[in-house]
Structure formats: C-alpha cells, structure tokens
Design a protein around this ligand. Sequence first.
Ligand SMILES: Cc1cc2nc3c(=O)[nH]c(=O)nc-3n(C[C@H](O)[C@H](O)[C@H](O)COP(=O)(O)OP(=O)(O)OC[C@H]3O[C@@H](n4cnc5c(N)ncnc54)[C@H](O)[C@@H]3O)c2cc1C
Length: 416
Amino acid sequence: MSGTKRAHVIGGSLGGLLAAHLLRAAGWDAVVFERNEEELASRGVGLGTHPQLIAILKRAGVDFDESMGITPPRGVCLDGSGKIIIEQPMARTLSGWARLYGALRDALPADSYRLGKRLTRVTQDADSVTAMFADGGSERGDLLIGADGVRSAVRAQYLPHVEPVYAGYVAWRAVLDEAQVPRELWREVVELYAFCLPEGEQCISYAVPGRDNDTAVGRRAYNIVWYHPTDRDTLIDICTDAEGRHHAAGIPPLLIRPDVIARIKADAKALLAPQIATIFVRTAPFFQPIYDLVSPRLVFGRAVLAGDAAFVARPHAGAGTTKAALDAACLADSIRDAGDLDSGLLRYERIQQPFGQAIVELNRQEGLYLSAQIKAKTARTAAELHRDIGAVLHAHIARSDQIGDIVAAHGLTGHV
Ligand SMILES: Cc1cc2nc3c(=O)[nH]c(=O)nc-3n(C[C@H](O)[C@H](O)[C@H](O)COP(=O)(O)OP(=O)(O)OC[C@H]3O[C@@H](n4cnc5c(N)ncnc54)[C@H](O)[C@@H]3O)c2cc1C
C-alpha cells in the first residue's frame, strides 16, 4: 500500500489505544475517538496480565517494568473461618487498568486522542469509511476500528442481533488503599493471591499498584473481585437507582442504592473469610454483570471489530486485555503483510474469530458452576451442586498457561 493511510479507532480504552499504537508503528495515521468528555484515568481497578500482553505493550512502546505490576509468590484458599486450607506457589503479575491506560495514553500524540466524540453511525463507499459523531462532526478515513466495548455502536450497526448474554452472576469489585488495610492483614493476605470459595461463590483478591501507581509496600491497593450469583429479577433491582431509574447497560457506581451496598456488605461478613470481609466492608464496592459475547464476523468492508466489542470473555482468566492486545497486533500485522487492505482484513478475521471464541469458551468453563447457582437445585448436575475446591483453584491457576496454548494453537505466536 502506498501513501499514509488513516485509521479511525472508536473507543479510547486499552483495546483502542493498543490498536492505535500498533497501526501507527505499521505506518498508519491512527486517531482515537472516545465518547467520554474527560480522561478515563480514574476508571478501572485490578487487571491480570499475561506474557503475551507484556510483549505487545513493548511493541506499543510501553516497557512493563517492576513499577507496573505486583507478583504475589503464593496462592492460598481461605475457608469461612479465615484458615488457609490450600496453598500453592504461583506467578501471576497483577497490574492496574489505570496504570496501563496512563502509559499507553501518554505515548500517543495529544491530537491523536479526541475526547467527547461519541460515534453514532458508520457509512462506507467503495474506498473510504466515515465515522459520524453525536456532536454532528464526521471523519473520513481508510479504516475504522470498533474498539468501543461490550455495548459497541459499531457492532450494533453491523450485527444488530448479536448481544451480550448474561451469565447469571455479577462481579462485585472493591479496592482499598493498603494504608487503610489493618496492618495485621498485610502479611496474612495482602502479600498473597487469596481465594475464598464458599459454596456457590468465588472471591479472589490481591494487591495492585496503588493510587499514584505505586507498588511500594504500604502504598499499594488491595483489590477484591467477588463473583456472586444474582438472578435476573435481583439484577434488575440492584441496577435500579434511588430515583427508580433502571440502568440496563450497567449502573454507575455512585448510583448504587445504599440498601444494596448494605446487603452485600452483610453477605460479605456472612460468607467470606473474615480477613477479606474486613477489607471489603471498608470500601465503596460496585458491581459489573458478567456476560458472554461472541461475534460471528469481525470485518464489514472497511469497518472491523476488536477487543470487547468483538468478544466478551468472563474475566476469570483475566484475558480481556490480553485478547484485545492480540487483536490489535494481529490486525496491524495482517494489514502490513498483505498486498491489499481487503486481504489483510480477511486474514485478521480468519485468525481472530476462532481465537476469540476459544477465549470466551475457556472462561465460560470456569464460570459454569457460578451460572448454575441461579437454577433450581433439582435442575443442577452433581458437579453444579458440589465442587472440589482444590480442583477449582488448580484449574484457575492453570488457565493462564492455557491462554498461551490457545495463542499457539491459533498461530498467533508470531504477533507477540
Ligand atoms: C469484573 C471484570 C474484571 C476484569 N478483569 C480483567 C483482568 O483482570 N484482566 C484483563 O485483561 N481484563 C479484565 N477485564 C476485561 C477488560 O476490562 C477489557 O476486556 C479490556 O480492557 C479490553 O477492553 P476494550 O478496550 O476492548 O473495551 P472497553 O475497555 O470496554 O472500552 C471501550 C471504550 O469505548 C468507549 N465507547 C463506547 N461506545 C462508544 C462510542 N459510541 N463512541 C466512542 N467511544 C465509545 C467507551 O467509553 C470505552 O472507553 C475485566 C472485566 C470485568 C467486567
């Protein structure tokens, strides 16, 4: 291809930023359009990493050094009394969404990241694609990447019948500055990757970089992700604010009703290990409903889907950002290596569609037990009624390696 081609990336989160960086490295002029009016840096909590994500961040110009993540030496499972019942070495590096966002955002020229630009529609002709925005503006380019997340406007236009499927549970998320964690709990849980697995629940907690992206002891933050079965009626109730408005696409954390927060804190005290409950009740927790989403196609002329807009995997293996990074790398490399844009995009779809599907399935397997909890007991299988805690913990830890196996099986190793 000759001349500088222009790519418009819709969505300025991690997937969009990675796509913009890698396309720029391949010689494109890539500009990001984000609907939010303000920088997203205050968003996000803990985020699991994989070696593939770290390698692709490097390609995007971000060196993932020791200041970017924390690697607890051991995984432990705590029972309801707080006793360690399983202990096993593990090496998973946990970072923070804001830490990665800041590094990728800072490395992009200021005029290549536009805030307050909500895409409403895409139009195409034989050799261009135009993004239309809610503010009345439009941008014409050679390629449009829909990296606009689970409720993607780009996907809604091209695949209107493909919608996220609710998995039957939510993830309650809580973060507390380490300085506010009672000191006696530092060695006991903050230094570890801790599981609580009460019947029908899954709670994982670990330290992440703190407020100023600090990984020094005492300045980190403690991150809790608690997968909690929640039937549809209850989901509607907890997504309804104090004014009676229902937020179907997810309720903003500040609008969660006080009675909902009080109830989950009471549940935490009743269900979780006391160390974790002690931390949880000191936070302002919020929740995210868990979904599965598989797009059967990723390319629509000159518009393509990437990241969570294309596939949403349950977060158990923490693979969402790694998958978004692999989408970005495969897209940029396929376009660079192909003789023409159409063949490059088709190659991208041929590789990333089955890959995305495999990542969704891997994570769905881990969450099947949680999904089953909203079924009547008589409708559950023996495995759904009782599970082996050791097997859950070992399978969870093994899933990180399985990401590498899936990457290799889909021929993606060369993009890392
Ligand atoms: C509970 C939970 C825990 C998670 N934990 C992890 C983890 O540990 N590790 C991990 O790798 N991943 C994790 N994820 C997933 C991760 O957050 C995403 O998969 C990853 O960041 C890739 O997202 P994305 O950039 O494709 O989409 P998103 O992060 O959803 O970003 C989409 C962006 O598009 C913007 N946008 C939307 N519509 C428009 C529009 N019309 N016009 C312009 N802009 C628009 C949005 O404002 C947003 O900034 C977790 C997810 C959940 C729910």
